[in-house]
Design a protein around this ligand. Structure first.
Ligand SMILES: Nc1ncnc2c1ncn2[C@@H]1O[C@H](COP(=O)(O)OP(=O)(O)O)[C@@H](O)[C@H]1O
Ligand SMILES: [Mg+2]
Length: 600
């Protein structure tokens, strides 16, 4: 079970270079977009050439048609041959469409898919590097949206640029060149008529879009209400509110119906009006060129040519204008991806001391800590505490006192803002935290279970766990009974969040996950507080197995846990106000004594 294969290593290198592209072009989205495709310029060029070839029949057909009409109307023997040559050449172009279309898509799709995969991997790499503090204050949904939706929108943008923008540019170049070379006066007509046609088309499209948006909004509301309704079925049933619920939902269904109908009819009406305006302009183009032909200013066949070009230009300009929202969205997504890639809040381990072993002696020396965004509020103040190798220390204190914060410093999720925390005599600021963390085991307050088997959940990230080691851990975490009961034993698949287990069982899996790493130091944050007393008893035994011969930090409220600790540290307002064994502190009748009185 390797953490990642060879391919992933290779891609990781390129993923770093994507981040570099964003850094170099910070604030210039178009430049960034170009930089992302840096390695693919050759492919993009080939893709464009193939596109021009495959698309050429669209521009050549009008020329050919006009040629044929002109030849047919002159009608000499030599012309007949020219007709055949023209037709054969055109047939060849049509056949070429298939291979060149394939090549065009092949080149652009492989560049876009490369960039898409590269960006996703760059984001994943970054997410794994970002500090825990960053992850804590950033909603998961936002990160998820960047990973999936933003990258997808970037891909859509790229695809549209490769196809539509390319078509637009080539079409405009060809039509301008052909029209200008054939007749200046028709070119002048285009200069006036095309903007009018485009404006009219756009105006209607905008109105229709608004109607669509209204309808979509109504659909989304309906969707949310439907989900809620389904979730509330047991509640509605329990209170005999079925009919009331149906009435409530039927109102929403009615809204969707009327908005949908209004959209349909509006679309039909405005669709036909815009069609009419467009046709009128088309006809005026026809009449204009027909008059020119009548006056012998242009050949008769060219009337068809200008007619087709006119609609092609109007069509592609409106297509490009229609692209604007997609482009805007795509660039916005690119900037959102950049936000994450350029985030500086990462753990820097380079050049720091790599720990080869850990004894587990900790010394908090006048440690203070505040969060970066709240420098005037010290969460820990002048916190002093010494823990010898192998000792178990229980942190007690009111909720909000700073116990979890102290544990976060132990794990290295946060660093002291003043004072020092030394581990085996070395300041944690100088330690390569990744090397350090390979020696510690953390059991969080709410166990994190992922969709996988019990075994996978326990051995998460480890390779080659021997059967003996695994069985020993199962035994120590008191999971033997549970595993024996399950039909597939240790290979039973757990649902995401472990909803098919009880709280105590989840917690014991979490303990087993810490145990199997055979850590030197254990950190438990209120891992047992939320459990009933039977589960608590089992957990207690599991915890004792876990903490044997290891330095242990434990936040607990239960008397039994606290009593067994070598040392109790009372935390109050971010300060360690008292420290000693249970008996010492009870005798002293100080803060701990008061705290206990208050609890009971
Ligand atoms: N990410 C955060 N940003 C700002 N303040 C925080 C953050 N996390 C915790 N705090 C504050 O730090 C204080 C100590 O919290 P914590 O260490 O979790 O307390 P305990 O574990 O003792 O209940 C609390 O007042 C809490 O509001
Ligand atoms: Mg806490």
């Amino acid at each position: 079970m390797k953490p990642y294969g060879k391919g992933a290593e290779k891609m990781e290198r390129t993923s770093l270079s994507y981040t570099e592209d964003f850094r170099k072009n910070r604030g210039h989205l178009l430049k960034t977009l170009c930089a992302v495709y840096k390695g693919s310029y050759g492919k993009i060029f080939l893709s464009s050439v193939c596109f021009a070839i495959k698309h050429s029949p669209c521009w050549i057909l009008p020329i050919l048609t006009s040629n044929l009409i002109n030849l047919a109307s002159s009608g000499t023997q030599a012309d007949r041959q020219k007709i055949i040559i023209n037709a054969a050449a055109f047939a060849l172009l049509l056949v070429l469409n298939i291979p060149f279309n394939y090549l065009h898509v092949h080149f652009y799709a492989s560049s876009i898919r490369d960039a898409e995969a590269g960006l996703r991997l760059a984001l994943v790499t970054k997410i794994q590097q970002l500090s825990i503090a960053y992850h804590k204050h950033t909603q998961n949904g936002r990160i998820q949206a960047k990973l999936m939706r933003d990258v997808e929108q970037f891909q859509t943008l790229s695809e549209q640029l490769f196809v539509n923008a390319l078509m637009f540019i080539l079409t405009i170049i060809v039509t301008i060149a052909v029209t200008l070379s054939k007749s200046r006066i028709v070119f002048a007509f285009f200069l006036i008529a095309v903007p009018v046609a485009v404006t009219v088309t756009m105006l209607f499209r905008k109105k229709i879009r608004r109607k669509n948006k209204d309808f979509r909004g109504e659909m989304e509301t309906a969707g949310a209400k439907m989900i809620e309704m389904v979730e509330l079925v047991p509640v509605a049933r329990a209170h005999a509110l079925e009919n009331w619920e149906i009435k409530r939902i039927s109102k929403q269904i009615e809204n969707v119906k009327s908005k949908g109908y209004s959209m349909d009819t509006f679309q039909a009406l405005f669709g036909s009006v815009s069609w009419l305006v467009f046709q009128l302009l088309q006809v005026s183009c026809l009449i204009f060129s027909a008059v020119l032909a009548f006056k012998r200013l242009i050949p008769v066949g060219d009337v068809v040519l200008y007619q087709s070009y006119f609609s092609t230009i109007v069509g592609s300009i409106s297509a490009v204008i229609g692209l604007i929202p997609i482009i805007a969205k795509g660039l916005e997504s690119l900037s959102s991806i950049g936000e994450l890639l350029l985030e500086n809040d990462i753990e820097n381990n380079t050049g720091k001391i790599r720990l080869e072993k850990l004894s587990g002696e900790y010394d908090f020396k006048n440690v203070s800590f505040h969060y970066g965004d709240k420098p005037d509020r010290d969460i820990l103040r002048d916190f002093t505490l010494h823990i010898s190798e192998g000792e178990t220390v229980a942190l007690v204190g009111e909720s909000g006192a700073g116990k979890s914060t102290a544990l976060n410093l132990v794990i290295g999720f946060d660093l002291p803002t003043s004072g020092a925390l030394t581990i085996d005599g070395t300041d944690i600021k100088n330690i390569d935290l990744r090397s350090y963390r390979s020696f510690i085991g953390v059991v969080p307050q709410s166990p994190i279970i992922f969709n996988g088997t019990i075994k996978e959940n326990i051995t998460y990230g480890l390779k080659n766990v021997s059967k003996e080691d695994f069985d020993a851990v199962i035994k120590a975490a008191l999971l033997e009974e549970l595993i024996a009961e399950l039909p597939d034993g240790e290979n039973t698949v757990l649902t995401e969040h472990g909803s098919n287990l009880s709280g105590g069982q989840r917690q014991r899996i979490s303990i087993a996950r810490a145990l199997i790493r055979n850590p030197r130091v254990i950190v438990l944050d209120e891992a047992t507080s939320a459990l009933d007393s039977v589960s608590e008893k089992k957990i207690q035994t599991a915890v004792e197995n876990l903490t044997k011969d290891r330095t242990t930090f434990i936040v607990a409220h239960r008397l039994s846990t606290v009593k067994n600790a070598d040392k109790i540290a009372v935390v109050k307002d971010g300060c360690c106000v008292e420290c000693g064994t249970y008996d010492e502190l009870m005798q002293k009748q100080g803060e701990f004594y008061k705290f206990k009185q208050l609890q009971s």
